[in-house]
Design a protein around this ligand. Structure first.
Ligand SMILES: [Zn+2]
Length: 255
């Protein structure tokens, strides 16, 4: 095994983060050996990025040995990285068959959007009834954050913020149950959104949110409900479930 010219965990790669707990989980695997831990998270981040950017196609088999050779590390480290990726739902581990890049379910995503349209139409009505200037300011600030994530091409950041807009509405109304239900529904299709939402679709979502906030501020219930329904249809329609991917080999995973 030949060592790379400089330690791979010191390369300054941009990374996709999925959630705080995923980072903590990586760190807890090897708190005693930070170099090992960094190497694991480097592999996790490189493979996550390759999956999200479609350089590793859904369904691609990830052989432990090939990943180990590609990154110049031991199979033990690779196994830890694959375990982490499975927890993030980016790959699935099959007993006796190995690791495969996840194939997000289109049917499930469509069902999630159907349920969201039902819940969020009623949520929008209730929001208009109880709206206060403070609630509007909070949503406007959120929409501004989304816009800057879209502008910096921060794929993971914009996906999280665009989903949070809806959870935020429920939370601002003081309905924790609804906020939790929406967070769970949105996380069920976040991988699909990460993999299939284009930059222009994300920009469109951000503009939809701004229009919805305007209708809420004007207490225009009919318009707000219609805009929310149209928005959820847009988001669903813009996820292009393209089975083609530019490459599906491990050699592209580090680029
Ligand atoms: Zn939205």
């Amino acid at each position: 095994m030949q060592a790379p010219p400089r330690p791979y965990w010191q390369l300054n790669e941009s990374v996709y983060t999925f959630s705080d707990w995923s980072y903590h989980a990586v760190m807890e695997l090897d708190t005693a050996n930070s170099a090992v831990s960094s190497a694991t998270s480097f592999i996790v981040n490189a493979l996550s990025k390759a999956i999200v950017e479609h350089r590793l196609a859904p369904g691609t088999k990830l052989s432990e040995q090939k990943v180990a050779d590609q990154f110049g590390v031991s199979r033990t480290l690779v196994r830890q990285a694959l375990f982490q990726l499975a927890q993030n739902r980016l790959i699935r581990l099959e007993p006796a068959r190995g690791a495969f890049v996840a194939t997000p379910s289109v049917t499930e995503a469509k069902q999630v959007f159907e349920v969201r349209r039902m819940l969020e139409a009623e949520m929008t009505r209730a929001f208009v009834r109880d709206v206060t200037p403070a609630m509007i300011s909070a949503l406007q600030a959120h929409v501004a954050q989304e816009k800057s994530a879209v502008e910096r091409q921060d794929v993971a950041g914009r996906t999280a913020l665009l989903g949070d807009f809806h959870v935020r509405m429920a939370a601002l109304m003081g309905n924790e149950v609804l906020a939790q239900m929406l967070a769970e529904l949105i996380s069920r299709c976040s991988l699909i959104t990460l993999m299939y939402q284009s930059a222009s679709a994300a920009e469109h979502s951000n503009e939809d949110h701004a229009d919805i906030v305007q209708a809420l501020a004007a207490r225009d219930e009919a318009r707000a409900v219609r805009l929310m329904d149209e928005h959820l249809h847009h988001v669903e329609a813009q996820l292009t479930f393209d089975p083609k991917a530019p490459g599906n080999t491990l050699s592209t995973a580090r680029s």
